[in-house]
Design a protein around this ligand. Structure first.
Ligand SMILES: [Zn+2]
Length: 377
């Protein structure tokens, strides 16, 4: 008999999704807060964000404008906490990519304010979840923090999300694919029905991304695009909500966390690093368990990542290793005692991880299998 209680944050209180979700969502914002902090970051979305701010001002909402300077990082967060307090903000609207959404949720959580997320890309499921990742000023992963609640309201407006470059959607696909590879492996022996069902949802999500991913990138006005964008931003978050902490991350994200400790020649996106992390995880399975299905899955995944123009080796991620010591440092980070790599059903030490990363970096499949193949493992 199971005698442990689980407190789960399954989903935002309300989700509005569609071609003009923002239009309808505005009136919902009015019922939540009167003087919210409107948080964003990237220069490329600044015009879009000022348009959203103007829309809110026009319906009588008093906006306090704030921008992140770095990734979701304590230096920024402390500055914005103070701004919120000084201006007596009564809510947070976070509009942008995953790091902006995480920062908005974290500020709202720590000041006990309602949070509204308005993703401007489908690069992560951060608009949905009750989790936030904290980074250093340089972008090195420090820790993740579980929040008290999922956002109060998630506005997923297709016409806003569609404006993001394809690279962000491709990165979101890799991040969402990780749900299946990580959750299925770390919960292989679970007898918890919700976890089992969440893992099956992750399998369906993976299949949908395999079928629709390529087409979504080619045709942003297709139904494939909607299915893929929502899979990355909404379903991936729901799976983590239903399955709980056990259904989130394993080696692929631990590899991401370790690699962010290195210097980059150009900045890699979260999902780009996670995609490479899935390949490393499959390589570990192949090495430690002699799992041939993992080898097959890895080859097919490389094919997909290449089709989506996603990096499959360290160099294309912007990582130029000059010494092995650097990689060792990243692997020590990935294998810390509290790392999710230990959610795997077998032990992985830093030596095994280093070998797997270097082997993954070297291996490129020679034969590209025809696209659209779905593999079973
Ligand atoms: Zn992720």
């Amino acid at each position: 008999m199971q005698n442990t209680n689980f407190l789960q944050n399954i989903s935002p209180e309300r989700v509005i999704r569609g071609e003009s979700a923002w239009e309808e969502g505005k009136s919902l914002i009015q019922s939540i807060c009167k003087k919210p902090l409107f948080l964003g970051r990237s220069h490329s979305t600044s015009k879009l964000r000022s348009m959203l701010e103007k829309d809110l001002i026009n319906i009588g909402i008093n906006i306090v404008h704030a921008e992140l300077e770095y990734d979701c990082c304590d230096v920024d967060l402390n500055r914005i906490y103070q701004l919120c307090k000084d201006c007596s903000c009564d809510g947070i609207i976070a509009s942008g990519g995953g790091k902006v959404l995480d920062a908005g949720k974290l500020i709202a959580n720590n000041l006990n304010l309602p949070c509204i997320t308005v993703p401007l890309s489908a690069s992560t499921c951060a608009g949905w979840t009750a989790l936030a990742n904290i980074y250093s000023k340089k972008g090195a992963f420090i820790k993740d923090q579980t929040l008290n609640n999922c956002p109060k309201l998630l506005i997923f407006d297709y016409s806003l999300v569609r404006k993001a470059p394809n690279r962000l959607l491709a990165s979101g696909i890799a991040d969402a694919l990780a749900k299946w590879y990580e959750a299925s492996l770390s919960n292989a022996g679970s007898n918890d029905a919700l976890v089992q069902q969440a893992v099956q949802m992750a399998r369906v999500l993976r299949d949908q991304l395999l079928i629709d991913g390529f087409n979504a990138l080619q045709n942003p006005y297709s139904s494939s695009w909607i299915r893929v964008a929502e899979s990355c931003s909404l379903t991936a978050g729901l799976i983590g909500g239903v399955g709980g902490a056990k259904c989130r991350t394993a080696a692929a994200h631990a590899v991401h966390n370790g690699l962010t400790q290195l210097d980059f020649t150009q900045k890699a996106l979260h999902g780009e690093l996670v995609g490479f992390g899935i390949l490393v995880q499959l390589r570990i399975e192949e090495k430690l368990l002699g799992n041939q299905l993992a080898l097959q899955a890895k080859n097919q995944l490389i094919t997909l990542l290449k089709e989506l123009n996603l990096p499959t080796n360290l160099k294309s991620l912007g990582i130029n290793l000059t010494t092995k010591k650097e990689l060792e440092m990243a692997c020590i980070f990935s294998c810390r005692d509290d790392s999710d790599i230990h959610n795997l059903p077998f032990k992985v030490d830093k030596e095994t991880l280093m070998e797997a990363i270097l082997e993954t970096d070297r291996i490129e499949i020679e034969k590209i299998s025809p696209r659209g193949t779905i593999f079973n493992c």
